[in-house]
Design a protein around this ligand. Sequence first.
Ligand code: AVJ
Length: 323
Amino acid sequence: MFVHAITSDLTYEFSSDVRAGLTRPGQKELPSKYLYDDVGSALFEVISHLPEYGLTRADERLLQRHASDIVDRLAMPVAVAELGSGSGKKTRWLLKALGRRQRTFYYPVEISRSALAMCERELRDIDSISIVGFEREYLDGLRQVATEYRKYGQRLFVLFLGSTIGNFDRPAAVKFLAEVRRILEPGDSLLLGTDLEKPSTRLLAAYDDELGVTAAFNLNLLARINRELDANFDLGQFSHEARINHEARSVEMHLRSNRRQTVSIAVAGLDVEFREGETIWTESSHKYSTKEIFQMARAASFCCEAQWIDEEWPFAESLLIAE
Ligand code: AVJ
């Protein structure tokens, strides 16, 4: 069968990750990064406007209110690298504040081509800012910026916003920060956005909204597997579920099989069986305490130099300096 012989590296990687996740003994799972194809990125953009989901608006409020204060704490000259720029909307405030002080290079690193294009369109009108985008994985992109694009005497200011770090479990989050730190030089900085702990009812409403946009965002992962890997998931036979994991202090998203069923994924050459009620775990969003962020920073050889908190939707921006 040669029909699927010509597939790109990216399809190959997606296919092998899907195979690994759905053939695991015990809990089936899929990596959350695959939620963000063009459809998924657009659905997340809608989620960020829902009344129940205050996270993105809190992040943006903090950056808008405190942009000058944040930028004033940076040693100049500085270049900006952002890990997962998304639409770029909330970065505007920081870049405007920087553009008033110096001509600034901005390097968004983003695996979604459409998000990268959106971000370039959104931000190109800001005075004194030059944008060079990288369609790469976070650490690969950051490494390239640090080794090939950093000018002599220039500091790097890395942005990791939107609580994307919350998708890692706690040990993996520290490990990721430590890897970022290894790419940086002492005196470089990292602005880290983290969602803070809040009551379960508020979290469950945020991750299982009335309108069903989060459900669509989650189910789109199965639709994406149908589209890209020629699978036959029946979307009507799976349901979105949000759960609190009290031990991990996270919200989990799952896709629950409504009945016993078998799904074929042609490109992966795979048939997957589901029991009634069995779930695929698709994402975790970890929630933090403010104190814990200081400890995580320390463990990764950063020093947390300042923190800004949103009261309306508890969320923190933390400025970490590489030691
Ligand atoms: C973009 C990863 C921060 O975990 O809250 C939104 C993604 N998932 N609703 C999050 C998401 C379900 C979001 N992050």
